[in-house]
Unconditional design. Structure first.
Length: 360
């Protein structure tokens, strides 16, 4: 028998309370017919939790199919989630997520703090926007949000907009600067407040920022992850289909030890996110008055340095090296990313941006 013929048979099975057949009620899903045995299998999706009629409806469907095919069917009963349950709310949030309009989602991570990961994220986003892409940044560092300051939008007060699909869902409108859309928990707390949240509170806040931000159509969404490998990282991985991860490190050996751990996290069989490359930050010091001079204060860097050697060892590309210059720090402090300026350092970030696009 064909699937259409099976469905016609199932239209003869009515739900006693609703006086409609189970096909028109949308209760029949994942219908398959075994080519060898002729056994029919489908999921009977109930219209409400703990439906008292579920047993009688399933038995009626089994009787109809067994009579015609001569083979006992396999019917899996699936109850809907209670609408007020946490799982149901999260499922609705995912279904209505504006992340569906985004092309590439890239996690920017580091094994340890203090390597300039947020600075690289902000400038990489600005560099991608300068290349003509539509870009957004999510500040996922819940306990230490820095993107509002780096983009000069600390005073931004988020507003909500109603979805146009008639669902009455509200979405948060992100800030925008230098052609980049920015969302951060920093917009919702005072700069002097300490964020004292347990893990579940932080991950739930992150889910809301992910799914309830009105991102619009984006080519790239960069996610500035907190340092380390913890709950927030796993939340990002479970909620999103990441296009890849970029690892930021300095040339110091202690930083590279944590890079290996970060790479291992993304390569874990339960995570399985491709590493698109490593960015070497603070590769060398160049004073403004001597722009051609390089002082390797953290050890060997560049193509012959430790980061390049580790990248080769791990089988990932070195996307580029960013110097340690005063203008980068000043740009972060004043909300004017250096990648927006026409300078050698700005070009270094644009080189990394082009290399990343090439790997995707």
């Amino acid at each position: 028998m064909t699937k259409d013929e099976i469905l016609e048979l199932l239209k003869g099975v009515k739900h006693p309370e609703q006086d409609k057949d189970i096909v028109s009620l949308g209760m029949v899903e994942n219908l398959t017919i075994d080519a060898d045995t002729g056994a029919v299998r489908f999921t009977m999706k109930l219209t409400k939790p703990r439906d008292p009629m579920a047993g009688s409806v399933r038995r009626a469907a089994e009787a109809v199919l067994r009579e015609v095919t001569g083979v006992p069917p396999v019917i899996v009963v699936a109850e809907p989630l209670p609408p007020d349950s946490k799982a149901a709310k999260q499922q609705t949030m995912r279904e209505k997520s504006r992340l569906n309009e985004i092309g590439q989602v890239i996690a920017v991570a580091s094994g340890k703090g203090g390597v300039g990961k947020s600075t690289v994220t902000a400038n990489l986003a600005v560099a991608l926007a300068a290349e003509g892409y539509k870009v957004g940044v999510l500040d996922a560092d819940i306990y230490g949000p820095s993107m509002p300051k780096m983009f000069g939008v600390e005073d931004y007060k988020p507003v909500a907009e109603i979805a146009e699909d008639g669902s009455d869902l509200e979405y948060i409108v992100p800030a925008e600067a230098y052609g980049v859309k920015v969302m951060s928990i920093g917009f919702f707390i005072s700069g002097s407040d300490a964020l004292v949240w347990r893990g579940p509170m932080a991950t739930n806040a992150l889910r809301q920022l992910l799914h309830q931000t009105a991102w619009g159509e984006l080519d790239f969404l960069l996610i500035d992850l907190p340092p380390g490998t913890g709950d927030l990282h796993l939340t990002i991985v479970s909620e999103l289909k990441l296009s890849g991860a970029v690892i930021v490190s300095t040339p110091q050996e202690v930083a590279l030890l944590d890079v290996v751990r970060g790479i291992a996290m993304f390569r874990n069989e339960h995570v399985n996110v491709p590493i698109r490359g490593i960015v070497e930050n603070m590769a060398w010091f160049t004073p403004a008055e001597l722009p051609d001079n390089r002082y390797f204060i953290f050890g060997p860097a560049g193509e012959e340095g430790r980061v390049a050697a580790l990248a080769t060892e791990q089988g990932v590309p070195l996307l580029g090296s960013i110097p340690l210059v005063q203008a980068i720090a000043e740009g972060g402090d004043t909300g004017k990313p250096i990648a927006a300026r026409d300078s050698l350092t700005g070009e270094a970030f644009r080189t990394v941006a082009r290399a990343l696009v090439g790997k995707l």
